[in-house]
Design a protein. Structure first.
Length: 167
């Protein structure tokens, strides 16, 4: 199985998460990682596409994604797609990780089958476009307030993705 991880990162937190996910998903097969500034890399040939972004300002996409967040030019038909992102639940409590909500919606419009929903328990926020019912649309990491949970969350999410891919 081939996995393509495409991310945008300003401070390096989302890039670090992308590389940790690469290591965690390596048992599944070939995993490539690239910045969205380099294009969509191996997404066309991948079975699983992971899209990552931090949220900036008040619910905005990370700068590298500006102009690329509309995935309509990318054919994700028949591909499993999962999103992950970083955000600050304390300072941006009402727009927490909105960027992954934008990516998830765009990926679905491009034909991707969204997997990897993540529980909202353990986070303290008042609003997010990245929630569907009681779950986030993908993995949520908060390096500003919960960095000690990042490795465990990545490991658990990678295991979850493996199970969902097998279904």
């Amino acid at each position: 199985m081939k996995t393509a991880i495409i991310y945008g990162s300003t401070t390096g937190n989302t890039e670090a998460a992308a590389n940790s996910l690469k290591d965690a998903l390596a048992p599944l097969g070939e995993v490539s990682v690239c910045s969205v500034t380099d294009g969509f890399g191996d997404a066309a040939d991948a079975d699983l596409v992971l899209l990552g972004s931090s949220t900036w300002g008040i619910g905005e996409m990370q700068d590298d994604w500006i102009g690329c967040e509309d995935l309509s030019g990318l054919d994700l038909s028949g591909k499993h797609v999962a999103v992950f992102g970083t955000g600050d639940q304390t300072c941006y409590t009402d727009t927490f990780v909105d960027a992954i909500g934008i990516l998830a919606e765009s990926a679905q419009k491009a034909g991707g089958k969204l997997i990897g929903q993540w529980p909202t328990e353990g986070y303290c926020f008042s609003g997010s476009t990245a929630t569907r019912e009681d779950k986030f649309v993908g993995l949520v990491l908060d390096e500003d307030n919960q960095s000690g949970l990042t490795d465990e969350r990545i490991t658990k999410w990678a295991e979850q993705l493996q199970k969902e891919m097998a279904e």
